[in-house]
Design a protein around this ligand. Structure first.
Ligand SMILES: [Mn+2]
Length: 182
């Protein structure tokens, strides 16, 4: 594809498994590595989906940070996931709010979007809903993203730095959790 169209750019969306088997590019590290082996590494980037990182037993925000450090995070698919099984594509933040906050925070603090990157919401309707409410997974995910962005920007960086430097991680946990509870 890269040879066929000299203008095309490709994003690799890593994922460790489908319901029935393993897949070949399980993590964003594998995706970045594979991109470097192509004829045009500068035209190969990555897309991180929260649930896919969780399925690999990884923290989505760590994966995002790793990809951004390589200038390879070109898009994200935010959602949520219960444990290690087929990907559920649940509404963003619906399983683990703190894990969601960490994703919002790392994207915001490292300029994701400043070069035109998009945030996608790879979420699905619950099966048993009525048709008239079946698109709420989209508006709910957007609303939670924006609320978490507000919370992240309200955190006191000086206080966080001081707690880290004194290694008072219990207090840091409490500060973050209290900010989430509101
Ligand atoms: Mn996806």
């Amino acid at each position: 594809m890269l040879d066929y169209d000299p203008k095309i750019k490709i994003m690799i969306e890593s994922k460790p498994n489908e319901p029935m088997d393993h897949t070949y590019i399980p993590t964003i590290g594998h995706a970045i590595g594979l991109g470097l082996l192509t004829n045009a590494p500068e035209r190969v980037g990555c897309l991180i989906e929260s649930a896919h990182a969780i399925l690999a037993g990884l923290d989505p925000s760590d994966e995002m940070g790793y990809a951004m450090a390589h200038n390879k995070l070109w898009s994200v698919h935010l959602n949520d996931q219960n444990g290690l099984k087929y990907d559920q594509d649940k509404s963003f933040g619906s399983v683990d709010l703190r894990r969601a906050l960490n994703q919002v925070r790392i994207l915001d603090r490292h300029g994701f979007g400043n070069n035109g990157e998009w945030i996608g919401l790879d979420v699905k309707a619950m099966r048993t809903q009525k048709a008239e409410v079946a698109t709420k997974h989209l508006s709910n995910s957007r609303e939670i993203f924006l609320r978490l962005l507000e919370i992240s920007r309200s955190l006191d960086d000086g206080k966080i730095k001081q707690l880290v430097s004194t290694r008072d991680y219990e207090e840091l946990d409490r500060y973050i959790l209290k900010s989430l509870i509101g």
